[in-house]
Ligand binder design. Structure first.
Ligand code: C5P
Length: 199
């Protein structure tokens, strides 16, 4: 569970904000625990000594999301066969999405991402219109064969998600249905929606 962001767009460390009486990270830790043999929580460096009873390990993140994933991956035991990476910024529990990711991994997928249709009309910034039916929005949790994720992160590479890095080292990415309510908290207004969804 990567939670080492600085919350620049949010204006605060959103991962420690409360939603329905629990901190945002606790929602993701609970869901991750239900589906995993162990959970590594990646936090800002000054919170790495916090006692987090819901995580098996707590490590300091890096200056980018990809660096934080690498820090978390270093704490995953070598014998782990699969690793799921989840953004703490998506706190609303979605066991259906986790199950779909796990099932695809169980069926032999190398890399799995949940996707949803794009609902807004899209334009390129230079003004060109695009056909939105050709696009999907990609969410987390994203699941990987452990060797594939380790290879993807073997160098100091950067991307906004891990599937792109896995693809760059030759992995095939499998898409499963995500959920429109698996929202990513970006602004304070998103917290209001998350409160309602978590309830
Ligand atoms: O910045 P963004 O919204 O893409 O962050 C997605 C997730 O990655 C969040 O859960 C955030 O806490 C995490 N992150 C991180 N380390 C960073 C930047 C983001 O763990 N340096």
């Amino acid at each position: 569970v990567v939670a080492a962001g600085s919350g620049e767009r949010f204006g605060d460390r959103k991962q420690y904000q409360r939603i329905g009486g629990r901190r945002m990270i606790d929602w993701s830790l609970a869901t991750a625990s239900d589906f995993s043999a162990g959970v590594v929580l990646v936090v800002p460096a000054d919170r790495a000594t916090d006692d987090e009873s819901n995580a098996d390990a707590v490590v300091a993140g890096g200056s980018s999301r990809s660096a934080s994933v690498r820090a978390g991956l270093d704490a995953v035991p070598a014998q782990a066969t699969h690793v799921v990476v989840h953004d703490a910024a998506r706190p609303v529990p979605h066991p259906d999405v986790w199950r779909a990711v796990m099932d695809a991994l169980g069926a032999g997928a190398e890399a799995v991402v949940p996707v949803v249709p794009v609902t807004d009309t899209l334009r390129e910034v230079d003004g060109t219109t695009v056909d939105r039916s050709r696009f999907v929005a990609v969410q987390t949790p994203q699941g990987f064969r452990a060797d594939v994720l380790r290879k993807a992160h073997a160098a100091d590479v950067e991307a906004t998600d891990d599937a792109a890095l896995a693809e760059a080292v030759g992995a095939t990415v499998t898409c499963v249905p995500g959920s429109a309510s698996n929202i990513k908290i970006t602004t304070p207004a998103d917290l209001i929606l998350a409160e309602a969804l978590c309830r």
